[in-house]
Design a protein around this ligand. Structure first.
Ligand code: BES
Ligand code: MN
Ligand code: ZN
Length: 510
């Protein structure tokens, strides 16, 4: 789908579908006050074409509601689509992201190939650049469908999506950024969507290397030998149960003019869980729904996606991405409940001994060594993303991802970044009482903390490996896969966290 930013009188705009946003401008507080519908464009021809249906009351302009008019009088477009934005007072750039997505997904099953969406005007909460960015993101995210392997796959992708701006100069920077952010998120979704026989750890390493090469990032992809060299005993316990070799992927972004000898800014570490299939190992999972465990590498995909956009927006801060990828399998060589694993040494401190209680708690083991390694590489701030616990899904449902942090100022930046991207994260607590639950009788810690507070005890486990480094942990188990399609996005891989992580990284620019 080709994105265009155009400026043109709407009546002469020839396209298959011209879409305009409509708000409910009703200001009266009275309970049964009628909606006051306002098409968000100043064009008289569009207003005239929509006038009668808007007066009919058939359309309420609630969020993502649509109404289609054929052969609208006075317009060159063959169809006019009204898309609801909801109440004026509640409109944000995210409302625009969803509305544009809804228009794109309206076109796809109807095999309409050319869409022009009029960027809303006249709403105080929408500045031109932020609106154009949200609109571009909404369009590209909506154009993605997960049916890659269907032999009857029709190419339902749109040919063009034009965003019509009153002042294109003011919208241009946002438009360009929106494309960069959404393409990175779609890159992550493509990886998550791949079946586990295709996307092995080795293949994830290859895809990461190709992306890094094309984007101008430095990269290294290592395997078992490097894990042994670094004494990554926790990561290796998981990896050794599979015929597929693990991959330790390291991507580095250096800002323009970077000089290792003089750089004294922050070094941001992105660490991702890349389990390309999670059977549970010897503590095997039930068969029902196990096919979904191909998405257990969504944390890794989020970090690779974030690097993809970072390479394009070029923030003035150094970033290192560490992905720990393996398959979690039951096998003659698989690790077992009762085993003791020893994590990577931390400088001159020896690694920690870990009693394995459940081999299905494998994500925290690979991340333990990934976090330690990221610090060894010089990271001053850390963020990790992982489909880590079912407990997080129980706690927050499929609405918010879980977030944890050992540092309030660092989390405040992340919170602000999420406000800008429209992604939802909810901070959950850490604390010594939770940490007590992963004490072991035989080793330094154990890899599960019992039934209650499972998302938190998993986060406490990770915290053992970040030392004093400011750190954020994202548990995206409930958010990485969309169970039911929505008006603005397909079901399947969501690419959650890509945009917010990249926005958070950018907040460290001096
Ligand atoms: N990959 C799973 C978590 C998961 C669950 C992701 C549902 C997506 C959807 C993780 O490795 C896991 O198995 N966690 C266990 C931990 C338990 C054994 C302490 C869980 O959540 O049950
Ligand atoms: Mn597991
Ligand atoms: Zn897992």
């Amino acid at each position: 789908m080709k994105m265009q930013l155009v400026s043109q009188p709407l009546s002469s705009l020839a396209t298959e579908l011209l879409a305009i946003a409509v708000v409910d401008d009703q200001t009266s507080k009275e309970k049964d006050a009628r909606p006051q519908l306002m098409p968000l464009c100043t064009d008289a021809a569009v207003a005239a074409a929509a006038a009668s249906v808007l007066a009919s009351g058939e359309f309420k302009a609630s969020a993502n509601e649509t109404l289609l008019l054929h052969a609208p009088a006075g317009l060159a477009a063959t169809r006019l689509l009204l898309v609801g934005l909801g109440k004026r007072t509640r409109v944000t750039p995210h409302s625009v992201r969803l509305a544009v997505g809804t228009a794109v997904r309206f076109c796809k099953p109807r095999t309409l190939r050319h869409l022009a969406f009029v960027l809303p005007e006249g709403i105080d909460s929408l500045d031109s650049a932020a609106t154009a960015r949200a609109a571009a993101e909404g369009a590209l995210l909506a154009d993605f469908d997960p049916d890659t392997y269907r032999s009857d796959r029709k190419d339902q992708s749109l040919a063009t999506c034009a965003l019509v701006a009153a002042e294109p100069a003011a919208a241009q920077s946002g438009f360009d950024e929106g494309i960069a952010f959404a393409e990175a998120q779609n890159f992550a979704r493509i990886q998550v969507n791949e079946p586990p026989n295709v996307l092995t750890p080795t293949m994830l390493g290859q895809r990461a290397a190709e992306m890094a090469q094309a984007a101008g990032l430095k990269w290294d992809v290592y395997s078992s030998e490097k894990l042994h060299e670094l004494k990554m005993g926790a990561f290796w316990s998981v990896a050794k149960g599979s015929e597929e070799p693990p991959a330790l992927i390291v991507l580095t972004y250096e800002p323009a003019g970077y000089n290792a000898a003089t750089y004294d800014g922050p070094v941001i570490g992105l660490v991702g869980k890349g389990i390309t299939f999670d059977t549970g190992g010897i503590s095997i999972k039930p068969a029902d729904g196990m096919e979904k465990m191909k998405y257990d590498m969504a944390g890794a995909a989020a970090m690779l996606g974030a690097m993809h956009v970072i390479a394009r927006i070029k923030p003035k801060v150094k970033v290192i991405c560490v992905v720990c990828s393996a398959e979690n399998m039951p096998d003659g060589k698989a690790y077992k409940p009762g085993d003791i694993a020893t994590s990577m040494p931390d400088g001159d401190k020896p690694g920690k001994s870990i009693e394995i209680i459940n081999t299905d708690a494998e994500g925290r083991l690979v991340l333990a060594d990934g976090l330690t390694y990221a610090r060894q590489l010089g990271c001053t701030h850390l963020i990790d993303a992982a489909t880590l616990t079912g407990a997080c899904v129980v706690a927050l449902g499929m609405v918010n991802a879980g977030a944890f942090s050992n540092d309030d100022p660092t989390y405040a930046r992340f919170h602000a970044a999420a406000e800008a991207t429209g992604e939802k994260f909810w901070r959950l607590p850490l604390g010594d009482e939770y940490s007590d639950l992963i004490r072991s009788d035989i080793a330094d810690i154990k890899n599960t903390g019992g039934r209650w507070g499972g998302a938190i005890t998993a986060a406490e486990f990770l915290k053992h490996f970040v030392a004093d480094t400011p750190w954020i942990h994202l548990d995206i188990a409930g958010m990485a896969w969309i169970e039911d399609s929505r008006p603005s996005i397909a079901k399947g891989p969501s690419g959650v966290a890509v945009r917010t992580i990249a926005e958070w990284v950018r907040s460290f620019e001096p």
